[in-house]
Write a protein that binds this ligand. Structure first.
Ligand code: ATP
Ligand code: MG
Length: 269
């Protein structure tokens, strides 16, 4: 694993909110071809970390590197254009628009380079709009959402809304997607579908950074896990190691989890 290319690296990342150190001297590397999970208790600093990576809420100190280049001073759109996509813990969609329209909005930042160009030649605009629409339909097809393309987002089940958000993220051609609790609030069948789709996107060569509380999802998907507690990294490693790590069990997984694992191990023996 050590020799694979580093996609994302955070160095000595610190985020201070008034009177609170939300993330404290955080270091980790996300490697190519690995799904990297970030786990930890509520308030541990996971979303804050993602916001520093995307630029939505930049760091107080430290650096973020994408493919070896510092991006920590770039605005959000510039990082997105480099290939960093994200989904939000609380869905951010236009609920009174259709699924397709939401994707078209997600794709716009890439094509709308020059308004002047459009004013000068409406036909170019029409052509690009058509291309964008075909791209959106292709993505919806890929994530199993094509049949919902003309539905209003507000009429969709929660799982479908989450999937729509993933589709919108894919419109930006990300090389790395940061998923902030994609499976939260999903029922078991929606969860399974989401795992399959994330796996399918990953298989296309898109790297994944996953924040998730559901350990089923984490264990199913991730190759590497970083554990945060009160803004500090307390453990890092392969899923199996993390599950057996005493500090992770006491800070996050809990004794109940340990008992459950033991029971399952006995049943499988
Ligand atoms: N904009 C903000 N202003 C002040 N404090 C904040 C802000 N955003 C987050 N915090 C605080 O920073 C800490 C880390 O929050 P964060 O949202 O990153 O946690 P999290 O690990 O994502 O938790 P959860 O699992 O509940 O989503 C918390 O104590 C939170 O209250
Ligand atoms: Mg969070």
């Amino acid at each position: 694993m050590e020799h694979t290319e580093v996609v994302l690296e955070v160095r000595n990342l610190v985020k201070r909110f008034e009177g609170l150190v939300a993330v404290d001297q955080l270091n980790f590397k996300v490697r190519k071809g690995r799904i990297h999970a970030l786990i930890g208790p509520n308030g541990a600093g996971k979303t804050t970390t993602v916001n520093m990576i995307t630029g939505d809420n930049p760091q107080t100190e430290g650096d973020v590197l994408f493919y070896g280049k510092s991006i920590s001073k770039l605005p959000v759109y510039a990082r997105a254009n480099l290939g960093i996509g994200r989904t939000f813990q609380n869905i951010k969609l236009f609920s009174t628009m259709t699924v397709l329209e939401n994707l078209l909005i997600g794709g716009q930042s890439k094509t709308t380079k020059s308004l002047l160009k459009y004013l000068a030649n409406p036909r170019i605009a029409q052509k690009e709009e058509q291309q964008l629409k075909e791209k959106a339909e292709g993505i919806l097809n890929f994530i199993g959402m094509y049949q919902y393309k003309d539905e209003l987002v507000s009429n969709l089940a929660y799982g479908r809304q989450k999937m729509t958000e993933l589709g919108r993220t894919l419109m930006g051609d990300p090389r790395l997607i940061l998923l902030d609790e994609p499976a939260a609030g999903l029922n078991p069948s929606e969860r399974k579908e989401f795992i399959d789709i994330i796996q399918k996107v990953f298989d296309q060569g898109v790297d994944m950074f996953l924040i998730e509380h559901n350990m089923d999802v984490v264990m199913n998907l991730s190759h590497d896990i970083t554990v945060l507690n009160f803004g500090c990294k307390i453990a890092e490693g392969a899923p199996k190691e993390i599950l057996e790590n005493e500090e992770v069990i006491s800070a996050y997984l809990g004794e109940g989890y340990r008992k459950q694992m033991k029971k399952e191990a006995e049943q499988n023996a």
